[in-house]
Design a protein around this ligand. Structure first.
Ligand code: ASP
Length: 318
């Protein structure tokens, strides 16, 4: 158990700050990559590294994840989704979790339970029981984003508000405890894909959702094969309009293309091309042969590739 195993192989860490995130936020992605690199160099664990990258971005406040999560239509409710997966078979997701600073840590904890996904109040209670909840305060970015949407939904102009929401009777469908008054928020999410020194792959993803959102809305992020996928051919993280991504099972489509021999860049380009231009979408992927990034909007990203020598005890907890 305590024998030291040394491995040497090129590793890759690639993160995105969500489709629609300005390139000026790249510093936040870079910080996440650096933190993930430290974890990967210390542990050799691709999943721990991907989780660390996302954890750092959840703390940033600009990205739509963790404390930067978009407020739902009532301007108060924050419900988040997150997921993790690796090529060893670890799989965990949370949906509509609240009062948690780092949903990705709750998703990681779910991966150590007999379940693969936990949602709503059960997820929030699980986080509390595991000591993963904390005083949650939406960042100023998140509040500004909500104010913008509040105005946009009152105007309901074409091009400013998604078509599906322009004629939608929101008052009739209002499902928040407070009275109907105002609304929503835009895109971006955070995600990380990692190729570890042993050739294994991992993905982690976290989001505050995509505007506009009723209470209880779940996007693509916690659905395997839609917002994320990892297996022997690589790892994929997706961002964009969850309702559209789910319909196309985008992460699995990109993964299957890589499994059929496509380079990650080609697979990501083809995946994003499946969407009409008005639907924001982005993807990052890593395989044994390379990495890829594609998006039909601006998308802050950062990556690092480096040879790793890891000293670790065999039997390390996964
Ligand atoms: N895909 C996320 C969702 O629909 C949002 C995003 O990626 O920006 O919840």
């Amino acid at each position: 158990m305590s024998r030291t195993q040394r491995t040497k192989a090129p590793a890759v860490i690639l993160v995105h700050g969500g489709v629609g995130s300005p390139l000026s936020w790249q510093d936040g992605c870079q910080k996440a990559v650096e933190a993930a690199r430290v974890v990967l160099q210390r542990t050799g664990d691709a999943l721990a590294s991907a989780v660390e990258a996302v954890r750092v971005m959840e703390y940033d406040g600009r990205f739509n994840a963790g404390c930067g999560s978009s407020l739902r239509l009532d301007g108060k409710t924050v419900e988040m989704d997150a997921a993790v997966m690796d090529s060893r078979g670890k799989l965990g997701a949370v949906a509509v979790v609240s009062n948690v600073r780092n949903p990705v840590l709750v998703a990681r904890a779910v991966a150590d339970t007999p379940h693969v996904a936990v949602a709503g109040q059960g997820a929030t209670a699980l986080a509390r029981g595991l000591g993963l909840s904390g005083a949650f305060r939406a960042s100023s970015f998140a509040r500004e984003r909500w104010r913008w949407w509040q105005g946009a939904l009152q105007r309901r102009r074409a091009g400013e508000v998604p078509e599906a929401w322009r004629g939608f009777d929101l008052r009739r469908h209002w499902n928040f405890p407070g009275p109907y008054d105002a609304l929503l928020q835009p895109l971006d999410t955070v995600g990380a894909v990692v190729r570890g020194p042993d050739g294994g792959f991992a993905v982690a993803s976290s989001t505050g959702g995509a505007s506009p959102m009723l209470r209880g809305r779940v996007g693509d992020v916690p659905f395997m094969g839609c917002g994320f996928y990892a297996g022997q051919h690589g790892a994929v993280a997706v961002t964009g309009v969850g309702e559209e991504i789910i319909r196309r099972m985008l992460a699995r489509v990109i993964y299957d293309r890589m499994g059929a021999g496509a380079a990650p860049q080609v697979a990501c380009d083809e995946g994003v091309a499946l969407f009409p231009a008005e639907v924001a979408v982005g993807a990052i992927a890593v395989s044994a042969t390379g990495q890829g990034v594609a998006a039909n909007r601006e998308m802050a990203c950062a990556d690092v590739a480096f040879p790793v020598t890891v000293s670790k005890a065999r039997g390390t907890r996964r």
